[in-house]
Design a protein around this ligand. Structure first.
Ligand code: BG6
Length: 471
């Protein structure tokens, strides 16, 4: 795929761009998802009101970190850090404001032309996510997002516009961010709250199936353009059975299938796996997928597998144990691991394990599309000494190096999540910071959006240039 290992950072349009009402952009689902602790509760339990905004909440994704107006400065910082790749996403409603429009919004198209030109000038390869938890609100409001097959056609039109406009700059595409997260049935990945329906599991999986169909369709179209490479992208985590009790081991195997492997298995091997077909049958889930859609999936498999890795989880079906959270998963607390301030287990060995598992299972190039530490940062005398972040990244890079050099895992790049502070997807907080660049903004909506390089910026810059060795 590429001779050179790609080093860089990752963001998503809905979490960093802001400018929700600028440049002809239409509103998107994330513009209606409140920030703060209430976010997960609303997403998973009581529902998000997509019809209006509520004065008692704030809506941080509308503001992001104002990359929309700071993109030149941000790309300069990427270049200074030595990035050779930038994983970014495009805002669908900036290109097609309602999703149903006949023609795209020229101002939106121009915005990304400017970004890609600047990246090119700085020798930074764009790796583009076409849909990162981002759907024009009208599609969610009027046709229930990904539950409706019409959304496939709207997405194909949108993606085709991106190929027409940007294939001259982009050769790595990720059609969907973390497709497997759709299994939670939550609004962000599938654009519909499946809990509203009696047969919520059926709705959830129909949405994922529709995304798998859309994914194959745009791969077929995209291959007609220049040298395009397509990747699936899954939320990965190492998953352990709590102990050697066979019941826990089996529970671990089973739980991993429909969550971690279903999307990747379908997209890499070109067929809905038998365990999924059985799962649908046993749970009275009737999936609507035609023979020609299945053929299309078989003929348009992905070229690489991208994934996010933050933490691991532990399963104990036999004994009720204290729980810990993670990137969307709640699991039994692992007594061997410490946790971040948000209760996510810190587990670099788990990173090496997952790299091996994915490599052995799929045998296609891997790309680490997200990894990083969300933490509170303090500015002292204008400086941010984030040694905790440096140590998290260092330990994960050591695991990556061992996976490549000792285990022979085939990985072609690594992008640090939220390389510049942005809005957290899960909590909607700005103060949950991942960046090696600090953005002066906070959860109270105060700040100037000034960018400040953290200690980790200089450290990561040295890693990329090879001056800092990871041993
Ligand atoms: C991934 C998402 O699941 O995790 C990102 O692709 C997200 O959008 C990242 O930001 C970190 O999660 P959080 O909830 O800390 O922002």
């Amino acid at each position: 795929m590429t001779e050179k290992f790609l080093w860089g950072g990752a963001t998503a349009a809905n979490q960093c761009e802001g400018g929700y009402d600028k440049g002809g952009r239409g509103l998107s689902v994330m513009d209606f998802v409140p920030g703060g602790k209430i976010r997960l509760k609303l997403l998973h339990e009581s529902g998000v009101d997509l019809s209006r905004i509520d004065e008692k909440y704030n809506y941080p994704n509308r503001v992001g970190n104002m990359h929309y107006t700071h993109y030149e400065e941000d790309i300069k910082l990427m270049a200074e850090a030595g990035f050779s790749v930038y994983r970014m996403s495009i805002s669908w409603s900036r290109i097609y404001p309602t999703g149903f429009d006949e023609i795209p919004n020229q101002e939106g198209i121009n915005f990304y032309h400017k970004i890609f030109k600047l990246l090119k000038k700085n020798n930074i390869e764009p790796l583009v996510t076409i849909c990162h938890f981002d759907l024009p609100i009208e599609i969610a409001r009027t046709i229930d997002g990904w539950y409706n097959k019409q959304t496939i056609d709207l997405y194909v039109k949108y993606a085709t516009t991106l190929f027409d406009e940007y294939s001259q700059y982009v050769k790595y595409w990720i059609p969907f961010n973390e497709m497997n997260v759709g299994a939670f049935g939550a609004l962000m990945p599938i654009g519909v709250d499946s809990n509203r329906f009696d047969n919520s599991l059926e709705v959830t999986y129909q949405c994922i199936i529709n995304q798998l169909v859309a994914n194959a369709k745009i791969i077929e179209i995209g291959r007609k353009y220049a040298d395009n490479n397509f990747g699936t992208m899954i939320a990965a985590h190492a998953s352990y059975a709590f102990d050697c009790n066979p019941q826990n081991q089996l529970a671990n195997v089973i739980s991993e299938r429909m969550f971690r492997f279903f999307c990747g298995d379908t997209q890499v091997f070109g067929k809905i796996p038998n365990y999924a077909a059985n799962y649908f049958k046993l749970n009275n889930i009737e999936i609507n997928i035609s023979a020609s859609e299945q053929k299309n999936i078989a003929e348009n498999t992905v070229d690489f597998l991208a994934f996010s890795y933050y933490s691991s989880s532990t399963i104990d079906e036999v004994t009720e144990r204290e729980k810990s959270s993670g990137n969307m998963f709640v699991s039994s607390k692992n007594p061997h691991l410490v946790e971040s301030e948000w209760g996510w287990t810190l587990d670099p060995i788990g990173f090496r394990i997952i790299l091996n598992e994915l490599n052995d299972r799929y045998r296609i190039p891997l790309f680490v599309a997200e990894n990083g530490l969300g933490a509170f940062d303090q500015i002292v005398d204008g400086e941010i000494e984030d040694d905790y972040r440096i140590s998290y990244i260092k330990e994960h890079l050591r695991a990556l190096k061992q996976a490549i050099e000792i285990d022979g895992v085939n990985v072609f790049g690594y992008t640090l999540w939220g390389w510049i502070d942005l809005v957290s997807a899960g909590s909607g907080q700005f103060d949950k910071r991942y960046g090696i660049v600090y953005v002066d903004y906070n959860d109270n909506g105060e700040g100037t959006f000034k960018r400040i390089k953290k200690k980790s910026f200089y450290w990561y810059q040295q890693v990329i240039s090879g001056q800092e060795k990871i041993n």
